[in-house]
Design a protein around this ligand. Sequence first.
Ligand SMILES: Cc1cc2nc3c(=O)[nH]c(=O)nc-3n(C[C@H](O)[C@H](O)[C@H](O)COP(=O)(O)OP(=O)(O)OC[C@H]3O[C@@H](n4cnc5c(N)ncnc54)[C@H](O)[C@@H]3O)c2cc1C
Length: 548
Amino acid sequence: MKRTLVWFRRDLRIHDHMPLYRAAQRGAVIPVFVLDRALLHHPETAPARVQFMLENLAALDQDLRSRGGRLILRYGDPVAALPELVRQTQAEGIYAHVDFERIYGRVRDAKLNQAIAEEGMKIRWFEPPGTTPELISYPRYRSLWFKQMNDPQVPPPQRVMVPDEVTSAPLPTPSKLGLFPDGKPMPPPGIEAARRLLAEFLEQKTERYYWLLSYPGAEATSGISPHVKFGVISIRECYQTARAFEATNYRTKRSQEQFISRLRWGSGFAQRFRYLPQLELRSLYQVFDDDGWEFDQGLYEAWQQGQTGFPIVDAAARCLNETGGWMALNFRSRALYASFLTNLLGMDWRFGALHFMRHLIDGDCPIDHYQWAMQAGVTHCVNKTWTRIYNPEQCAVDRCDPEGTFIKRWVPEVAHLVPCQLGQPPRLKGYPPPIVNYREARQRRVAQLARQRQPFLAKPNLVPYLAEMPRSVIPFGSDRYDSEVGWAQQDCPDLFPLALDLKGLDETQAKALRSWFVASQQGQSWRPKRKRSPRKRPESPGQLSLLG
Ligand SMILES: Cc1cc2nc3c(=O)[nH]c(=O)nc-3n(C[C@H](O)[C@H](O)[C@H](O)COP(=O)(O)OP(=O)(O)OC[C@H]3O[C@@H](n4cnc5c(N)ncnc54)[C@H](O)[C@@H]3O)c2cc1C
């Protein structure tokens, strides 16, 4: 009987999983997950996220067992471990989804391709839904995403036959891996839990989701991000479940559309990283890094620990540290907290992205790094629309947390104050005064961004201004945290999938690439103009601006 090795990575599920389905159709399967030291000891590793991953590996094992199979675990470097397993099991080859979350994975997969070819073995890569290897314009990608999301899901295999003689290493605890969880509560693992979260969200939260996205205390989001991050549920299944939901009024319909857009944004960030893996390490435009950033260790620590003297910022900081962000730290609070570090304290967004990744249970490199860079204003250059300097004073309290629920939960030092004092509290024993003057800092940043964006404001071709892939791919933060970065010691390693060669782009390709990064060009939107609905919008706080 034919044997195929299926390598699970960020797709810890048996549903809507083409490599597993195809392998099971061919014959026996060796479903393997490799506990890879370089990822477990990357500077951006969060022990809580690893714990969640291990719980999902146990759930995947159960799902495979329900079909007669089991999960095979291995430790070590996949470049050595996988060919060895192919040899041991006499499998015909490896099936896996393409992955491009980070540079490390692409270096590893390029080396694996080489090792497999040298041994005369085979590997077949499958494109996950929501991505394309081609350089296409953003509007085309948008259509492609919807098309792929509407394709039928791949059914789970009826039976998974794993050869009896193949043994597995035991599932470790995080501490066995040298990682010490910091007490963050875990989301429930496994696909059934993900489906429950999604069903509860659609049934109970769509009345308020879109309308309360700005309110950190509202807990109006789905909470599905950690499952999406590890592919416990496919984005296509999330999309189709959300689409099938019968929205009965304007409010629920708007929320349904918004939720689907957010799923698409997540895929779009990954696709940007596919084109330009340098975004893991660099700002989109070279000038922002050339110009340099400020750094102050004391202010950085105050920001990390929630001691800035701005209660809404401190609430976000402490919420991240305690919960890992799951359910409790929504988009608006992440954005406000991020903007404070980069725009008001003037620090490099990479320090912020690093701290987030070390705590977020849903930490996803493309979403996290690109969102950080966006909030810092270094992904846009055309006009001022993309200057995200949030006001962290009373304006934020009034618009995001008018009752002070979120702030009082996380910053007990100010719990006795009335909401109108939470923006700029009076001097309090045990709570610091503001570490920065908001107005002065804002003015400084606005002027700096205007100066940095000036050189290419009206340039039709932005490619010459984009950051190139750096020679060194050593992860940011490896000088601060003990990590395994031996893989990055080589200059300009090969990547799989390949990065875009910026110097080799022709005019059409440059234009397509530009459409991913510039929302408006000389005031012209690239989006097809949609007719505004004549229906009267219901009374609602809607989406609020904090940029004043
Ligand atoms: C600075 C910063 C860092 C962030 N880092 C991450 C991260 O590491 N991982 C992560 O999943 N999200 C990140 N986000 C995006 C967003 O805040 C979270 O996806 C969201 O809070 C997750 O909660 P949820 O699943 O309940 O959200 P829901 O609103 O229910 O969203 C459903 C899904 O859509 C996707 N999504 C939602 N919002 C966004 C967004 N703005 N951009 C891209 N995809 C989105 C996620 O996959 C999410 O699970 C970040 C946002 C900011 C401002």
